[in-house]
Design a protein around this ligand. Structure first.
Ligand SMILES: C[S@@+](CC[C@H](N)C(=O)[O-])C[C@H]1O[C@@H](n2cnc3c(N)ncnc32)[C@H](O)[C@@H]1O
Length: 378
């Protein structure tokens, strides 16, 4: 797959994460190219211009604009890691880009805001609200995305929180949205995070804007919660791809002496899981890791891993992240350790699991989901 991005700002090597052999997808899209071309032809920037980039996929925008030392906001650890890696791959210092998480916005005013439209509308809404203190009457705001990702709700949010919008012509199925800031705009309170009570428990569940199944318990997660291991002798337990952490929360309840690790690549997910755990178990300790799965874990260190794997990365549907988690789990489980996984029936995870672990049993199934269990035998 093509890894060299050529735009008016220069030629850059840009790769996705996780790195994969025979990668078929580029690390940028036509909207990134369109935006960079538009900036070079239409916007006067000086080296002191303050640029804020929101939701850069894998760093293409930040790397191409590195001479301006942009601030890049992302909820994705993988996206931030990719940006760091792509800076290095182009012999640029990491200091060329200031990477901030989606919960940690800078306070300085900016001249130009570039927003890649995210998959989750709630995240966009949260970002449009958090953005406000950085805007001046002169700040230019441009959103970019592939036409198919720009539903009417995206336009409505931009108009509600920022001002009138004007579309560009479409180019290679990408479009830009130019925003004319409304000086009279009124800022509503940020509706995020949102809360619900976990059914059949007293646990209050906090969900930041980008969290999976933010408004209510997902039906797959509900099925998984009905089939969790209980009172096993597991001492070290991982909730892998924890989202708001409800799976780890119930595992903690069923294993009062165990140590729990909550892992997600989304900053907002880990922040939600942390709040939920300490709200439920004020006296207990757990670990909360913003990471690419189990990358940082020692081999043979964990007794039990439970996972409801991701099935898309940003706008792309993929089972690669799930497969990578199954492989990581094989390394990290101690001998005799167990991985329990839920998947949509059509995803047929049992094929990869059986290949990797040499065993795979079905724990439960309904018309939509199957729960599989594998044991690390050697
Ligand atoms: C289907 S959701 C499951 C969330 C939660 N465990 C549940 O069952 O409700 C998958 C989660 O995996 C996370 N994820 C995606 N890629 C990841 C990665 N490379 N490392 C860790 N977590 C990841 C997503 O952010 C998301 O929260």
């Amino acid at each position: 797959m093509e890894t060299v991005l050529t735009v008016p700002q220069g030629t850059f090597k840009i790769q996705r994460l996780p790195l994969r052999k025979n990668e078929k997808l580029r690390a940028w899209d036509a909207a990134d190219e369109y935006l960079l071309q538009y900036l070079s032809e239409n916007i006067d920037l000086s080296l002191s211009s303050k640029i804020l980039v929101v939701n850069d996929s894998f760093g293409a925008l930040a790397v191409a604009l590195h001479v301006y030392k942009p601030i890049a906001i992302s909820d994705s650890f993988l996206s931030q890691q990719a940006t760091r890696g792509n800076l290095l791959a182009n012999e640029l210092s990491e200091d060329c880009v200031q990477l901030n998480s989606s919960l940690d916005w800078p306070i300085q005013k900016v001249d130009l805001v570039l927003i890649k439209v995210p998959k989750t509308l709630a995240l966009l809404e949260d970002q449009l609200i958090r953005l406000q203190p950085l805007l001046t009457a002169e700040t230019k705001v441009i959103a970019a995305g592939m036409v198919k990702a720009m539903s009417s709700s995206v336009w409505k949010l931009m108009e509600r929180y920022l001002g009138a919008t004007k579309p560009s012509l479409a180019q290679k199925k990408a479009r830009l949205i130019f925003i004319h800031l409304n000086p009279q705009r009124v800022l509503p309170e940020n509706p995020y995070p949102v809360y619900y009570q976990l059914e059949n428990t007293d646990y209050r569940i906090c969900n930041h804007a980008n969290v999976f199944s933010r408004d209510s318990l997902d039906i797959g997660t509900r099925f998984l919660l009905q089939h969790l291991p209980k009172n096993s002798d597991a001492r070290n337990i991982v909730d892998l791809g924890c989202g708001n952490g409800v799976v780890g929360l119930m595992l903690a309840q069923y294993h009062s002496a165990a140590h729990l690790y909550f892992i997600d690549e989304s900053h907002m997910a880990v922040a939600s899981a942390k709040e939920n755990f300490y709200h439920a178990f004020a006296q207990r300790q757990a670990d909360f890791c913003i990471a690419d799965g189990l990358t940082d874990f020692e081999s043979e260190s964990i007794d039990l891993i439970v996972c409801n794997p991701p099935f898309h990365q940003q706008h792309t549907v993929s089972n690669q992240l799930a497969l990578s988690m199954f492989k990581q789990s094989l390394r990290v489980l101690r001998k005799g350790g167990m991985l329990r996984v839920i998947g949509n029936r059509h995803l047929a995870y049992h094929i990869d699991l059986k290949n990797l672990y040499g065993n795979c049993s079905e724990i439960a199934a309904n018309s939509k989901f199957v729960i599989w269990q594998v044991i690390k035998v050697a």
